[in-house]
Ligand binder design. Structure first.
Ligand SMILES: [Mg+2]
Length: 184
């Protein structure tokens, strides 16, 4: 499926990606947050994730790419989803995402030049301007879309991550390796 937008150099940029860092709300989810009172003066936060995104994350790991989460909110749902998928870096509760981004780069010896960042709103812009490949889901705000090398056809929580990862793996000629076990 074609993207809403793809910069002329997007494929070259995708070839360099070794690590995919994702926002959660509006990227891995549709952005809706369900607050469920726990009956003890607090509440639990529920989110919904997309299975096809999860499959693509698993495929990416299978062929040697790494993934991480960078989000301003804190939720057990995210902890569980990341654990389920083997997402190696999980940073929740970040009030200054670019500071946390710098920390991630330093701690894990990563560089902008091998990073893909997927974000949907203003707080994601600093990382999108730095990463080799910046991806915005269809629901992203206009300014984020303008900063992206790719704007996916599908919105966050509905396959945007799948589209981005499939493009990266295919650009790197790794898609066939990822799905090889299902081909008879
Ligand atoms: Mg977001």
């Amino acid at each position: 499926m074609p993207f809403q937008f793809q910069s002329p150099d997007a494929e070259q940029r995708a070839k360099r990606v070794e690590f995919i860092l994702m926002d959660v709300d509006g990227v891995m989810t549709d952005g809706r947050i369900y607050l469920i009172p726990d009956g003890k003066s607090g509440c639990n936060e529920m989110k919904t994730f997309d299975v096809s995104d999860g499959v693509a994350i698993t495929f990416a790991h299978r062929v040697g790419l790494h993934t991480g989460i960078l989000t301003g909110r804190v939720s057990d749902s995210v902890t569980w989803r990341a654990k389920d998928l083997g997402i190696s870096i999980v940073e929740q509760g970040s009030h200054n995402k670019i500071e946390t981004y710098e920390k991630i780069l330093n701690e894990h010896k990563l560089a902008d030049s091998i990073l893909c960042y997927i974000g949907d709103d203003w707080q994601d812009l600093p990382m999108m301007r730095r990463a080799a490949l910046a991806v915005a889901p269809a629901n992203a705000c206009d300014d984020v879309k303008k900063a992206a090398h790719i704007v996916t056809e599908k919105p966050g929580g509905r396959g945007a991550v799948r589209e981005a990862l499939e493009f990266i793996l295919k650009s790197q000629n790794k898609w066939n390796d990822a799905v090889q076990r299902y081909q008879t």
